[in-house]
Design a protein around this ligand. Sequence first.
Ligand code: 6A9
Length: 784
Amino acid sequence: IAVVAWFVYQGYLETRVNSPLTENKVAFPSSHDFPERYWGSFRPGVYFGMKSRDTHSLLAGLMWFMPDISAAGSLNLRHLCDQGDNLEQYGWKEHDGRNFGVQVIIDKFIQLETSFVTKLGGNHGGDWTARIQVEPRMKELKGQQVTLFFYLTLDDNGKGLLQPIRMIDNMDTSGMEANESVKFLGLSAVHGHTEKLGDFRVSFHHANQQSIVHTAFLSTTVASPHLVKDTLQSGLRLMEDKRSKERHISLAGTLFAKEDNLKQPNLVVHQVTGKLPLQLEIVYESNSFAERGTMLRGEVYDALLQTYREQFRIQFENKFRLNEKGFSEEEQDFAKSAMSNLIGGIGYFYGSSKVQSVHNKEPVPYWNAPLYTAVPSRSFFPRGFLWDEGFHNLIISQWDREISFDIMAHWFDLMNVEGWIPREQILGSEARARVPDEFVVQRNNQGNPPTFFLVLDAMFKNRPVRDIRTLELEQLNRMWPRLVSWYNWFNTSLHGSEPGTYYWRGRDTASARELNPKSLSSGLDDYPRASHSTTNERHLDLRCWITLAAKVMASIADIIGREGRKYHETFVFLSNNELLNAQHWSEKAKRYADYGLHSSNVTLRRPKSIVGQPKPEKIRWVSEEPTPRFVDDTFGYVSLFPLIIEILQPDSPQLGQLLQDLRNPNLLWTKYGLRSLSKTSPLYNKRNTEHDPPYWRGPIWINVNYLVARALHHYSVVEGPHQTRALLLYNELRENLISNVLREYRKTGYIWEQYNDANGAGQGCRPFTGWSTLILLLMSETYV
Ligand code: 6A9
């Protein structure tokens, strides 16, 4: 019996990692509950695409190239946002997350404006129209040719019908001689049907017929949406127009593999090649939308777009007051585009992560689920990251609280029975295709800072209960059991050896190559911790995150009338400055620090080569035995967390010391913001392995800088002996951050993942309109 019980228990343990929490789901079950946000630019990873919030949506997308300019052998066909394309700039200039968006893309010789407007009506999510306007960037390029492809396909083998309607069907063909020339005509429309959308019709319209040189189409099958570009490219031919004798790179028409006897396309593409300037309008109409009146294109489209743009500008000023604060037009435009690209980068994903616990031999799939989320970077990581999303929603919740609630609801619904949420969400084949294998599996001992507590705090702090809308109270109530589980996961599974201590799991204790084993789950990746990972570590940042979590849990419990004493007590316990100091203050170094088995003398060295063998890789070399101690040779972002989370008493002498150190240029202070690791720390700017450059070991990150500025603002307002110093630091830090990010934007056209601490240059990936967009809240001084 004991043996059987053991097996049953093992089986049970294996299934826990991918069993959903049984509490009610928080996200509304049907996307039709949010009709205004049913269709949108929910494919952040392509330059322009439309998608509905369905599990197997109809996908629409754009590709382009310049036939006369593209090099032999490569069309330089644009599709996925890709740093390698080296575009001068691209991103949403205005986007309200509901009704419309306007994006500008600058690609060497041309400028594309991609815009869309959605319109409610009928019972299948309404209509939308998209417009692609291409302009030459120099006069001399007028008349040059550009080719646009606009495609429709079905996400991840969704079921549905796509039926191409060719121009010839609506056209007077009397003047045409050969069938051949007819063969190359493009599409006038696509008629289609899916379960969720019902019957629909997508039509294509060209503004200026004279500028059209060639149109064509492709109707074929594609195995998966991430193969759309390859499939399209293999459907291209060099074709001669019988009448004009001109040769065009053209889609080949209907193409089916021999064995495909159903001949049912799931990829349909319209091509137009025309002289600059060129305009294409794509009009999606739901058949259930009976009384729409005039088609949403041309001047009707202009008018509606204009109305939305005006509303957007008014709302933006109402919410952020940048004009009132004296920012120039150009600076306001920068801020608008930053926020718009964050909001325009919101995606809707569906699929399952790969997860693993210590009880599973192999990774197992999570359950299939949707995720409505913003993304850190449309080019490099167009997918959801847990702690990034909290920062994103500090901004989004200022713009549209409903969107933030909806995003948080989706994330909380991804919680398993243990209360864990996977950190990086790679859902669906389009997302999966962009991630190397070694990064795919998510492990259930690895969390990520619970930054949604920052969002909930910002949304409800200082709001008397009577001012909170009933719908929001209802949503908080629905979220509550999930918040409880999430909180418990952090508080129990990451605890340390003594009450009040915590440490991030997942550092590789066996690693011989890493200078300092990473803690990816902290979000600060290679930020130096104790040199020797043990179960006696104490991670200061984590302790502070949990302090925040306890505080916010107590206040939400208060708002919705739940029992919150436990959280309040934990908060009081953890925010006791004496206990904090006993566990994390190094009196010797006069700074807050992690604690653990640590040596200051660790380097990477190359072992002696053996004749005839390849050069061995550098390995870690410990030249001084580690001892249990504070990691107080290191000063950086982690040391700032008691300030960041505003745990320090206003009259704390430690706060005074910290503020003094903050302004020291040999430590963290630069003209461009606070660097992540002090110049005096042993691992400042050091590689973690031969192949792994420094990441959180020097560069300036905007998310942490925002939190520090927010805290300085806080300590400048509450009464205490350090008030004046805090105010001076706040003003200077804010000014430095804003001017540097703006300067780099003017210089490079982009907002960046991080900024160099020596010269302020943007670095890492771009555009990064994830947490770097917090510059907007620094401009508007929003620190609720
Ligand atoms: C690896 C790349 C072609 C690293 O912004 C997202 C995260 C943060 O959450 C984290 O704190 N970034 C920060 O340290 C980026 C992580 C990207 C990992 C993707 C695969 C392949 O792409």
